[in-house]
Write a protein that binds this ligand. Structure first.
Ligand code: SME
Length: 162
């Protein structure tokens, strides 16, 4: 990945970011505050993003949460688009080219690739972390592992239901 010097450098970046997020979230129980700071830290730390943020599960709909980037669609039914697929299947979606993903929702025309990680706590889907990039195939398996680790840290610090 350009902008990140090799696998070790990328892993270090995710480790550093996880530590930063722990520092930001520890001692604060407000979910909006915590998700807002997590989105800001991710957007500021990871290169080549044009959107980073959260959608929260409300029934069988995802509702826009704290994010960084351009304004986005506010409600996504489970099963629609990349975020809805991640929510419905409770699985990370790594999409190298959003234009060939069935039902992709184009909130920002600049987005070319996307990574969506479900947030699950005690078997309850809380929402998803969504990252968009203006670069094709921006995300690889290491990004997936790194972002899943970030989500684990974030979920463990979310003290009240989101
Ligand atoms: N592209 C997403 C919609 C959310 S925006 O990217 C912020 C999707 O297809 O689910």
């Amino acid at each position: 990945m350009s902008g990140i010097s090799g696998d070790a450098g990328k892993r270090q970046r995710y480790d550093d970011l996880a530590g930063q997020i722990v520092g930001l979230l520890t001692g604060e129980a407000d979910v909006t505050a915590n998700l807002a700071n997590a989105a800001a830290a991710i957007y500021a730390s990871l290169p080549l993003l044009n959107w980073a943020g959260f959608y929260r599960a409300r029934g069988s709909t995802l509702v826009l949460g704290p994010f960084q980037g351009k304004p986005a669609c506010t409600r996504i039914p489970f099963g629609r688009g990349v975020c809805g697929a991640a929510a419905k299947q409770r699985q990370t979606m790594l999409v190298p080219d959003v234009h060939v993903f069935p039902g992709h929702i184009a909130c920002d025309a600049a987005s070319q690739s996307e990574l969506v990680v479900p947030m699950i706590h005690n078997d309850i889907l809380l929402g998803v972390l969504d990252l968009d990039s203006p670069v094709l195939a921006r995300f690889d398996a290491q990004d997936q592992a790194g972002c899943e680790a970030l989500v684990a840290v974030i979920v463990s610090h979310v003290a009240e239901p989101v």
